[in-house]
Design a protein. Structure first.
Ligand code: DLL
Length: 433
C-alpha cells in the first residue's frame, strides 16, 4: 500500500480522537464563516446562535441549515470566506433550470480534495503503477478535473479521455493498457455493451481492474452487471460540487457502503421534513459540513441525497463513518397512484433480469400511469413472439412487486434509447414539460 496516502493516524483514529479533531475543526469553520460571510452571520443571528455556543458536536443541531437557495443569495460571490485573490478555480453544478450553482476553490482546497481522492484510490488498492482513464466530462463539472488532480497526486498515469467517442475509449484502453476507469454508471453500461458487441474479451484484450462509478445514483444490480461484463471491481464514488466534487464518499474493498472522510466532513442524516436527526440506521437526507475547505465552507448543507448510516465496524479497519449507497434524491422521487417511487428502484429490478440490456427510460404522462421503456438483448427480436411476451410479462410483474404499481412496459432493441455520456436522464416527466 502506498504509505504516503494511507495515513493510519487519520484513517484508523478511534472514534473519540476523531470527534476531538472534528470539534476543533468545526469550531474554527463556524468562527470563520461568522466573521467573514455576512450571509452566515445573518443566518446565525436569526437562529439565535453564536459559534461560541458550540461545545460539543451535537450542538451543531442548533445551527441553521444551508440549502441550495442560500447559494443564490448575493450570487455568485456571496458565500466566499476568502478574498478573491485567494480563489483559483470555479466549478459549477447545473440544476435543471436557471443559473448554475457556483462553487469556488482556493489552492488549498484543490490539493486538500486531491488528497482525499488519493487516499480513496489507495483504499481501493490502486497505486502509482495504475493507469486511470478519466472518462468524466472535463470542464465546469467537478467530475473529471477533481479526480484528475487526485489521481495525479497519487502518481497514477492519467488519460484525460473525457466522455464519448466510445470506439476511441476502447482503443485507448487497448493501446495504453488502462487499468482503472472513472465514468458515470450509465455510460459504463454502454461502454461495456460496446466492448461485448465488438467481440472483445475484457480478460484477454484489456487490462482493466477497477472501475470508479459515480455522479449519479445507481443500484447494486448495476454494479454487479458491470463487474460481470467487464471482469472488474466496481467502486462507488460519491460527491457533490458543493463539497469539492468527487471523493467525498468512497467505497473500500468491503464494498458495502461508502466511507466519508470525517476529518474533512461532519456528517448528519436528517428527516427531510422535520430536519431532526433520524435514528441510527434509518433513511434520511444527508447533511454535510465542510471542515477543512477554505474558500467556501458550507455549514449543514442539505444535499437532498437519501441514505442511512451503516453502523457495523468495517472489515477494512477504517473508522470513518459509512453511508449506504444513495437511494435517490429527494427531488428525483415521483408519485404514481399515490405511491412514492425512486427511479433507482426500477433500475434495480431491470438490471437483475436476464435479457435486459443496458438502457431504459421512465416516461410519466399522467398521475396514475407510467411507461417503462427497456432495451433488451437483440436475440429476443428473432421473431419468437412468445419468448418476447414472456420477458415482457416477467419485467412487468417484477416491477409491480417492487413498486406496487403496474407500469406499462415497452421492449425496444439495443441502441434505441439515447445514450448519455454524462449524467443520464432516465425520467421523462411529460406532466411538467
Ligand atoms: O456529481 C460529483 C461527482 C463526480 C461525484 C464524479 C462522483 C463522481 P454534482 O454535479 O454537483 O457533483 O452532483 C452531485 O450527484 O448530490 C448526488 O445526487 C449525485 N451523485 C454523485 N455521486 C453519486 C453516487 C458530482 N455515487 C449529485 N451515487 C449528488 C449516487 C451520486 N448519487
Amino acid at each position: 500500500m502506498e504509505n504516503r496516502y494511507f495515513n493510519p493516524k487519520v484513517e484508523l483514529l478511534n472514534k473519540e480522537e476523531l470527534k476531538d479533531l472534528q470539534l476543533k475543526r468545526l469550531k474554527a469553520v463556524l468562527n470563520k464563516v461568522y466573521r467573514r460571510v455576512p450571509h452566515y452571520r445573518k443566518k446565525f443571528e436569526e437562529a439565535g446562535v453564536k459559534p461560541r455556543n458550540l461545545k460539543t458536536l451535537e450542538d451543531i443541531k442548533a445551527f441553521p441549515f444551508t440549502t441550495k437557495e442560500d447559494l443564490f443569495v448575493d450570487y455568485p460571490f456571496g458565500l466566499l470566506a476568502e478574498p478573491l485573490e485567494k480563489i483559483v478555480r470555479l466549478h459549477t453544478s447545473s440544476g435543471t433550470t436557471g443559473k448554475p450553482k457556483a462553487l469556488f476553490f482556493s489552492k488549498r482546497d484543490i490539493w486538500a480534495q486531491a488528497e482525499l481522492i488519493a487516499r480513496a484510490l489507495v483504499m481501493t488498492g490502486a497505486s502509482s503503477r495504475d493507469i486511470l482513464q478519466n472518462s468524466m466530462t472535463y470542464g465546469l463539472f467537478t467530475g473529471a478535473l477533481v479526480m484528475h488532480y487526485g489521481a495525479e497526486l497519487l502518481g497514477m498515469l492519467v488519460i484525460p479521455a473525457g466522455p464519448g467517442n466510445t470506439e476511441r475509449q476502447i482503443e485507448l484502453m487497448q493501446t495504453f493498457g488502462t487499468t482503472c476507469l472513472h465514468m458515470t454508471p450509465s455510460y459504463a453500461l454502454y461502454v461495456a455493451s460496446v466492448i461485448q458487441s465488438k467481440g472483445l474479451s475484457p480478460k484477454r484484450d484489456l487490462q482493466l481492474k477497477r472501475v470508479y462509478l459515480g455522479a449519479e445514483p445507481y443500484s447494486e444490480e448495476t454494479r454487479q452487471k458491470i463487474e460481470e461484463m467487464l471482469g472488474v471491481d466496481v467502486f462507488n464514488c460519491y460527491g457533490l460540487s458543493e463539497m469539492g466534487g468527487p471523493g467525498v464518499g468512497f467505497e473500500c474493498p468491503a464494498k458495502n457502503g461508502l466511507h466519508i472522510w470525517e476529518d474533512a466532513f461532519l456528517v448528519e442524516i436528517v428527516n427531510p421534513e422535520t430536519g431532526e436527526w433520524v435514528k441510527e440506521g434509518e433513511v434520511g437526507e444527508l447533511v454535510l459540513t465542510s471542515l477543512n475547505r477554505t474558500a467556501m465552507p458550507l455549514i449543514r448543507y442539505r444535499t437532498r441525497d437519501l441514505t442511512r448510516f451503516i453502523t457495523e465496524p468495517c472489515p477494512c479497519g477504517r473508522t470513518h463513518v459509512k453511508i449506504a449507497r444513495i437511494l435517490g434524491r429527494t427531488d428525483d422521487m415521483f408519485i404514481i397512484k399515490g405511491v412514492n417511487i425512486f427511479p433507482q428502484q426500477i433500475e434495480a429490478v431491470l438490471m437483475s433480469i436476464k435479457g435486459v440490456a443496458q438502457n431504459y427510460q421512465i416516461i410519466l404522462e399522467g398521475y396514475d400511469e407510467m411507461t417503462v421503456r427497456v432495451e433488451i438483448d437483440r436475440e429476443f427480436f428473432d421473431g419468437r413472439l412468445e419468448r418476447l411476451l414472456a420477458l415482457k410479462n416477467e419485467i412487468t410483474e417484477k416491477l409491480r412487486q417492487a413498486i406496487m404499481v403496474r407500469p406499462k412496459v415497452e421492449l425496444v432493441e439495443p441502441g434505441t434509447l439515447p445514450v448519455s455520456e454524462g449524467k443520464a436522464k432516465r425520467v421523462i416527466d411529460k406532466r411538467t414539460l
